[in-house]
Design a protein around this ligand. Structure first.
Ligand SMILES: NC(=O)c1ccc[n+]([C@@H]2O[C@H](COP(=O)([O-])OP(=O)(O)OC[C@H]3O[C@@H](n4cnc5c(N)ncnc54)[C@H](OP(=O)(O)O)[C@@H]3O)[C@@H](O)[C@H]2O)c1
Length: 242
């Protein structure tokens, strides 16, 4: 068999209310996976849950604000009360910040680091006991092209994604012997609210579409050949290769 069956698997997606996480939720629900959808916005999550159930899928919506350093700990307790085993954790929630270094204050820096680096670290840590018994225990972290390159006017965001990739690399090695798979996807500009907020000048037709990112995540989760992919880097076609 070369394709892993996700039917009935419990999959948690953070940042599911819109953008990449939203598309991913719909595509994963269509595989028969049972989803736990997380973000701040209750209304958007309930709409998504209704859409998934309308397609015959299963989903639960949970709210958490990852800018609150304690939120992931209470979220993890809610998840432990909800499911006996978690198969896949997708750390996707994130926020960008466009500002010169001199104009990045401690409040903004802390918020970006807390949402993009601290929260995935401690959410993963808290959920590992719940994943231990899964046959397919997999963590997918959504990083960015800024996780491996310097980007002017995005220093705090760039730092936070470098931190996420550092965590992913160490986690992948630390948990390998226990059967975990850890994948990172690092996209360039994707057609979501995040980009329209900071780069309204970019033609949306030229951006990577959320369905493309969802397809890569599905590939990683369904792949059960002998070869293993650690990191997928996806650039806009117009950007320089390498
Ligand atoms: N778009 C791009 O070009 C691009 C490129 C590379 C990497 N990425 C990464 O891809 C991931 C998804 O981004 P996207 O483009 O889909 O952005 P998006 O459309 O802005 O969606 C971000 C998601 O994260 C959630 N979120 C934001 N702040 C949160 C908080 N404090 N607590 C909990 N959830 C929060 C949002 O939900 P609520 O607002 O309801 O909380 C939303 O569901 C991010 O990690 C981003 O860094 C994006």
């Amino acid at each position: 068999m070369t394709t892993r069956d996700l039917n009935g698997k419990n999959i948690l997606i953070t940042g599911a209310s819109r953008g990449i996480g939203h598309t991913l939720a719909i595509e994963l629900a269509d595989t028969g996976a049972e989803l736990i959808l997380v973000s701040r916005g209750r209304e958007a999550l309930e709409e998504l849950k209704a859409e998934i159930e309308g397609r015959g899928g299963k989903a639960t919506a949970l709210c958490a604000d990852f800018s609150d350093p304690g939120a992931v700990f209470s979220l993890a307790e809610e998840i432990k009360a909800l499911v006996p085993c978690l198969d896949v954790l997708i750390n996707n929630a994130g926020q960008a910040l466009s500002a010169p270094i001199e104009e990045t204050g401690p409040g903004d820096w802390d918020r970006i680091m807390t949402i993009n680096a601290r929260s995935p670290y401690f959410l993963t840590q808290q959920l590992l006991p719940l994943m231990e018994a899964s046959e397919i225990k997999t963590v997918v972290n959504i990083a960015s092209v800024v996780a491996t390159q310097g980007y002017p006017l995005q220093s705090a965001y760039t730092m936070s994604k470098h931190a996420l990739i550092g965590f992913s690399k160490s986690m992948a090695r630390e948990l390998q012997e226990r059967g975990y798979r850890v994948h990172v996807i690092s996209p360039g500009g994707v057609n979501t609210q995040m980009v329209s907020g900071v780069r309204p000048d970019i033609d949306t037709d030229e951006l990577i579409q959320t369905e493309e990112i969802a397809a890569w995540v599905l590939f990683l989760l369904q792949n059960c050949r002998n070869g293993m992919v650690d990191h997928i880097q996806i650039r806009r076609e117009s950007k320089l290769p390498w």
